[in-house]
Write a protein of this length. Sequence first.
Lengths: 453, 462
Amino acid sequence: MAGTGAANPELLDVAARIAEMARPGEQVEAYVARGTNNTVKAYGGEVESLTQATSAGIGVRVIVDHREGFAYAGTLDEGVVLDALAEARDNATFAEPDECNGLAVPDGVEAAELDLWPAGLASVPTADKVALALELERATTSRDARVQGVRVAMYSDALGESAVATSTGIRAWGRAGTSYLAVQALAVQDGETQIAGGLSVGREIDDLSVDEAADDAVLRATRLLGSTKPQTQHVTLVLEPRMSATILSIVGGMLNGELVLKGRSPFRDRVGEAIASPLLTFVDDPTDVRSLGADVYDGEGLACRRNQLVVDGVLQGFLHNTYTGRRAGSASTGSAQRGVASTPGVGAGALAVAPGTGAHEELLAAVDHGLFVTSMAGLHSGVNPVSGDFSVGVEGLMVRGGALAEPVREATIASTLQRLLLDISAVGADLEWLPDGSGGVTLVIPDVALSGA
Amino acid sequence: MLEHDLIQRTLGAALRTGGDLAEIFVEDKASSNALFDDGKVENLASGRDRGAGIRVIQGDTTGFAHTADLSEQGLAAAAEAAAAAARDGGGGVREVALTPVDAPRPNQIGVLPEDVAKARKVELLRRADDAARSTGSAISQVTARYGDSRRRILVANSDGLLAEDDQVRTFFAVMAVASGDTGMQTGYQTLGRTVGFELFDAYDVEDLAREAAQRALTKLAARPAPSGTMPVVIGPGGGGVLFHEACGHGLEADLVGKGASVFANRIGERVADPRITLVDDGTMAEEWGCFAIDDEGSVAQRNVLIEDGILTDYMWDLLRSRKEGRPRSGNGRRQSYKHLPMVRMTNTYVLAGPDEPDDIVAGTPNGVYVAHLGGGQVNTATGDFVFGMTEAYLIEDGRITEPIREGNLIGNGPDVLASIDAVGHDFAMGSPGTCGKDGQGVPVGDGIPTMRVPALTVGGTA
């Protein structure tokens, strides 16, 4: 849900009509979303597929006697929507009462004025999008003799609007759009194949750069050619911005008020304490328009706001939606995250590390014996946000005497998330915004177990 | 689900401006979920998704559009959008005569989800919570989830194919947290079958809850996992994901065709020990990845991919099999009507071998025994894959000893496959999985007997 201004928020009327059907003693919330998506995939100089689609849906939440029920429908057809309301009501009778259950009420926090709508995108002809995808494949395969093919070269955009209305007085509507180019390059040398992806992301189609995506993919695929399995050892990790953002997104998830209240976060009793190196500050600020996760309203229709999570290594607090805020004895931080098919959870929208000092090259030059990590695998299977255990597959380049050395693969790095945070020894100034809305910088972490041969 | 006349008119409209093949995929899916967390029934949710995806194939190009509007106008608009990619003026009026496909159901459904009172579903959750909490006083939190879905699909194409399926799946999961001096540990156990509510006549949710709780309790005493390369013995059932990642994805014809698989051009070659026979089987009754037809209308099949160590075939969908002029294999699947189909696995498993499971452990002086694996991930171009161990132990002097903490294992698919040196006779299927590829998730099953990989890299710290 994002972006203000312009257009007739007809979608808000759809949501409000359902919310107004609340019976006495009942709270009703309707979350409605509608969007269009265009995707062009190029392969072998041809359009492999062209997808054009529109979708819409509604999620209805009913709370009665502090019991919550939910139902959704993948259409806005009147009859089906009314069925969803009836089903949500029925579902509520089977849940157990919780006095903290209740919909959001307006909290007086003013919504930011953000322009997240790529007005030009809607009028870009399909032929231009097709041309971009084809050009991306051509550019990727014409830069380096070792890169003669791609798995796919893709242009994709999404325009969406959403609205929330509740019987408790919430009326929120917004719209946003993004577009991106993505390519997976195949680099081949001496019978060995390496695959790696390159990206360019933005809102308007003019924000996208074929060269940026192609260069990124070609560099990543070719520099891994000839990689071997390293010896088992301890190394200083140098995490490039997209790697550190991935890890900090997991940490951000552990600062989720719901997990804290339910005893599933190792940081639950640590507010006011140092949980990370004093060099580390990170903030969730969906009102920062540089983030592709920027939003005006959260999933319950409250204004998004800037939430400091860790400042100089000290834990400041947790993210909350209306339920967890109430239960924690505080209030929502405007951090309800949801889609049409689910009730609002809690999460960060635009988590970013505050940039430190020092360019990426300076940080690298100070590392005598390390591993520059360029990809991680198995984050879902090897990182446990409850225990903090951390073990992932990595690819990258060894660092020797401050310079990048031979490429390595088929190895893992392991530690705990708690320990990694405390051990950070340098924070780069090179803030990079990523497709998921997060922002990362280069991080250096000494003495981490690298498992290989 | 749709009148045959309307299907024929929609296919005709899709081909009006040209195209080699038009297809309509109609889906009507109803699902329900109930969540028990933090000591109470937190939430019941119901969902309904209904719509159609239409594609037009011309040469190597596919046009695709989807709509939630199943009226004549809605379908016509989607057909026109899908045809936009295939405009060459070579169209005209095309008559389509539909012939229904006779596809046997892998199994009959006993009790449809919609015929079960919500109170009964909720009751299962409460029983699971009680059982998990009574497993040990260190159990500090329990989450139990019940889910069911009924997915009715219809596929028709301009070659005259008409096929339907009615897929019912039922799922139950328990996650327990144990708290001790060393922090918190989690245990997770899931149950899922392509059946209705009769699932709970055959399986006890209390057993499932106790397994989850015991797994968390065991890990409270776990030592840090070792690091480095060592022999790894994988227990029956729990480790099927190893083959899913180590070679399953690499045998998908779309990746093979683009040179993005280390298994390209290796049909007929020895890729594994002769004790290894790998099968992908969409007909396996009740398993999580079974169905009557795939999402392109092909009848489910049992396909032998590796036979006695020799690579025999890849897995195929409509696009890739048309290109190669060969039959499809029943592996064309999609997450929903909003997605294009591609080559996907169903139930992927290794047949039982000749070895005595106890002897495999006893014959391993030192290493790691993995009783239960989590998910995994593979780079099909290099064959490097990881998978998580969610319950594992040290092997010392040929005996399973202390539990170790969670972590990933990493190996190279072709190397691992070629090096497996023991295969037990104790085959078992594993937990239900969701396989992700290019942003689409589909239900899959897997299974293996006990087996040993002489050298895998364990991603620990010790």
